[in-house]
Design a protein around this ligand. Structure first.
Ligand code: AHR
Length: 504
């Protein structure tokens, strides 16, 4: 029997205007993200600053609005002063998080220049691991103060006349994690983050600050960490961070694809915790969420452990080079839908990361840059997921998996772009056994008709792309839907990512 799901799309059921920064990304000084990734002076596409233009082309295609930098775990032992000024005077340093050598050829000024070329804003993290208030304030003065002080004049002396005017700053990284250099208890961190935030806002009151939340839902301190850190810093920060990576370690596709339900639960719990502290403090403002690390990450774990243990202190080693398959793209699509569904509170999110390191874009040293499978859902979401997220009134068949119950076969959301007079429905059929017909009732959008149905599908869950071949790539289908009155009946093939674009 045919399985059906139903989605009602109503103009008045608004979740929120999507903040475009939920389509952000992340570049860490890790592996080949910077060296051999965005920057490779000898490469045939390198521009006058050494930035690979083939990579820039793909980043621009993704239309990434904000890029977190320079870490990640890297930031907790980052000496920003080493990364500025004449390149020949910059030291190489031991990089503790990834047991590599950091040559400091690229630093804050070069990265800001790259971001301009990419059309993105910088999200800058400060070191609250081995350093603290003083280094964070000096860095902010260096980056954002116009002129006439020690650090702003130093920036000018380094050839950067105009301030970078970086708006979003992360107060450390994953400070709840015992692996973090300078790891702290929630109270120690909350106190330090609050004092750092207050001082930074004295320097530049226009900045927005992100407090570290938990590193993942499995942390034993989650969500007590959020509650304690917010008790300290509620009034001085604007966002709290969430990080989450998933993997298919036991090769159970149905269970793997159900993990976006865990992400949904994570977001709801953090929102509840923020609002609990708000109530306790009789505060007026909300703390919003910055999901500033999310992705699939597990493929290269063993190889990475081996490299860090047995071949440490390399410059730009091959690390975290996960080679993504088709099912990874489906989970990435599901995670994007989850972020859109929470766009009333999730205002920023960064796919971690962007180039070579758990990334949608890979580079060959003497060859091209190419698109991994996970590139495509991010591309579609960033391109068509701008506007107002509409509450998905969705009924779907359900199934159970090893770790999850009542998992909907279909996950979906509609985004209304009023300016362009377009509605886009994103939908994943995560059933591993059945096609599902999705009845889309566009009752409030009289005159809107289907323009395009884009599909990402593959019969092989483990299909991957390479530099030579795009085995997993989207296609447009014309024969999978038909109107019944105002309802579009669209067939969603089992395990598929679908983008249905409607316009007047
Ligand atoms: O993105 C890779 C790493 O994952 C980051 O450095 C860290 O913050 C997280 O654990």
């Amino acid at each position: 029997m045919e399985k059906t799901a139903k989605l009602t799309v109503e103009k008045d059921f608004k979740i929120a205007e999507i903040d475009k920064r939920i389509y952000g990304s992340f570049i860490e000084h890790l592996g080949r993200a910077v060296y051999g990734g965005i920057w490779q002076p000898g490469h045939k596409t390198a521009d006058e600053e050494g930035f690979r233009q083939d990579v820039l082309g793909l980043v621009r295609e993704l239309n990434i609005p904000i890029v977190r930098y320079p870490g990640g775990n890297f930031v907790s032992n980052f000496y920003w002063e080493d990364s500025v000024g004449p390149v020949e005077n910059r030291p190489s340093r031991l990089e503790l998080a990834w047991r590599s050598t950091e040559p400091n050829r690229i630093g804050i000024n070069e990265f800001a220049s790259w971001c301009k070329k990419a059309g993105a804003e910088v999200m800058q993290a400060v070191n609250l691991g081995t350093r603290g208030i003083e280094a964070a304030c000096n860095l902010l003065e260096y980056c954002n103060h116009p002129a006439g002080t020690k650090y702003s004049d130093l920036r000018i002396a380094h050839g950067v006349k105009d301030p970078h005017s970086i708006k979003v700053w992360c107060l450390g990284n994953e400070m709840d994690g015992p692996w973090q250099t300078g790891h702290k208890t929630a109270a120690e961190y909350g106190h330090l983050a609050d004092e750092t935030a207050k001082a930074m806002k004295q320097i530049d009151p226009s900045i927005e600050l992100v407090l570290c939340g938990s590193s993942n839902t499995g942390m034993p301190t989650f969500p007590e960490w959020e509650s304690t850190a917010l008790e300290w810093a509620y009034n001085s920060v604007d966002y709290i961070s969430l990080h989450q990576y998933y993997g298919n370690r036991f090769n159970d596709t149905a269970n793997f694809l159900a993990q976006s339900d865990d992400m949904d639960h994570f977001i709801k719990t953090v929102v509840a915790t923020c609002d609990y502290v708000k109530a306790k403090k009789r505060a007026k403002k909300n703390i919003n969420l910055s999901f500033d690390e999310w992705n699939v990450w597990f493929h290269a774990n063993e190889a990475d452990d081996d490299t860090m243990k047995n071949r440490p202190w390399q410059v730009a080693p091959h690390l975290l080079e996960d080679h993504y398959d088709f099912e990874d793209a489906l989970l990435v699509g599901l995670m994007l839908i989850t972020l859109m569904k929470h766009s009333d509170r999730v205002k920023m999110a960064c796919m971690a990361q962007l180039v070579n390191v758990i990334a949608p874009i890979m580079t060959e040293e003497n060859g091209p840059a190419w698109r991994q499978t996970i590139y495509y859902p991010l591309l579609h979401a960033s391109k068509y997921g701008r506007g107002t997220a509409l509450q998905p009134v969705l009924s779907s068949p359900k199934h159970d998996t090893l770790d999850f119950t009542d998992v909907t076969d279909v996950e979906s959301i509609a985004v209304w772009n009023e300016e362009k007079e377009e509605v886009t429905v994103f939908a994943v059929n995560r059933s591993v056994t059945d096609d599902v017909v999705l009845d889309i009732d566009l009752r409030a959008f009289a005159g809107f008709r289907l323009q395009e149905h884009i599909v990402l599908e593959n019969s092989d869950m483990k299909a991957v792309n390479t530099a030579e071949q795009q085995v997993v790539a989207p296609k447009t289908v014309a024969d999978r839907s038909a109107y019944e009155g105002e309802t579009l009946r669209a067939k969603l093939a089992k395990t598929s990512w679908n983008v249905l674009r409607f316009a007047k």
